[in-house]
Design a protein around this ligand. Sequence first.
Ligand SMILES: Cc1cc2nc3c(=O)[nH]c(=O)nc-3n(C[C@H](O)[C@H](O)[C@H](O)COP(=O)(O)O)c2cc1C
Length: 381
Amino acid sequence: MRERLERDYERFKRELPRDFPEYVRDAYRIDLSARYLGHTLPHPIGKGSGQLSLNLEQLETDRSAGIAFVVLKTVIAEDPAGERAMAAWAIHETRMRVERRRSQTGREGWTVTWKGRGWDRSFDDYLALVRSAGDLTRSGEMVAVPSVKYHLPRLDEPFRSAEYRHTTERIAAAWGNDTLSLEKDFSPTLAGDSLADERSQILRWLREVPDQIRRGTDRPVRLALKLMNARFDDAFQLDMLRASASADALVVFNRLWDAEQGVAYGGYDLSERNLRVLELASRSDISLPSLVASGNVCSGRTLLHYARAGCESIQLHTGFQLPLSEYPATSGSRPQRALHALIFDPKDGLVAGMLDLEAEGQLERRDGELKFLDLPTLTRV
Ligand SMILES: Cc1cc2nc3c(=O)[nH]c(=O)nc-3n(C[C@H](O)[C@H](O)[C@H](O)COP(=O)(O)O)c2cc1C
């Protein structure tokens, strides 16, 4: 199998097999099936919300590359009059810099430096993209879901329910499926904002936002909260997980906030913190909703660590933006090249990692197959 993996890695540098999860199942007896917000996926790798999911062309590139799911760019909620409590997040900025970033532990990773925030075009433009995302999801080829940033009150203020209702109802109608799948973003810029100075205020949001969203539409809603890295300690990240119990899934965790430079950042500082907190959570008594990983997944090994820390699927952003020279593949779109390395790298890829776990006696075949969805259960207590 190892020799076969070396050969596959080399020949797939030019092109991935059309249905690579099926190929992996046949060739290695490895079942890569994964889960995102109640959707069964052929494999765990998706695209996180951001500048890479703004339009139809990007969705089409991802579909043809074989990405399992995409989260659309975060839109800023509005009420029927077009008022937006979080309007400060709808700013226009196009310039992104993909840069090296050394972590506090001395590891070289990548980060994207960008001063923008949420969707900066009209809500109607967003709804048009949501309609296409609904069509794609129904076609069974790729799950594509919307993401929203809604009003977040201070402790002594009520939620602006009209904004929640108007935005959720219109998105649900545009997406068009019986059950609306939706992410609610708590971003690093929010973590850096004075709104997030108070712990009790953040915990109230996490407890009450799911109900505010669900009350916004008659349709059932499957909701993922994308949690931020707040500017407090690891124990507070656990408090945030505890407060989020009514969500259907948690995306863990969005980027870190660099207060000096006034920018969000990633790299190994991000994955090390996220994994540390997830490991603490898995050893605690917190009963967690389904987990989705986010943060510095630039290799199959990091992907494997997140899976072993409880995550049933993985979202990337930076990993789809690297300089072409960083991908071992010699042709194809960035999503294709990233999938090639994440799955087939003979040392660091997901297939190699699962075969290693089998060799070490940590992962067993069931019905003759190694199963990706067995990984999140390995370390649970
Ligand atoms: C340029 C840029 C824009 C982003 N915009 C959003 C956004 O609008 N909504 C959101 O939920 N996350 C957003 N993110 C966060 C990513 O989806 C992802 O969670 C984060 O970058 C960590 O993953 P990574 O290390 O793979 O990049 C953005 C990230 C980047 C780099």
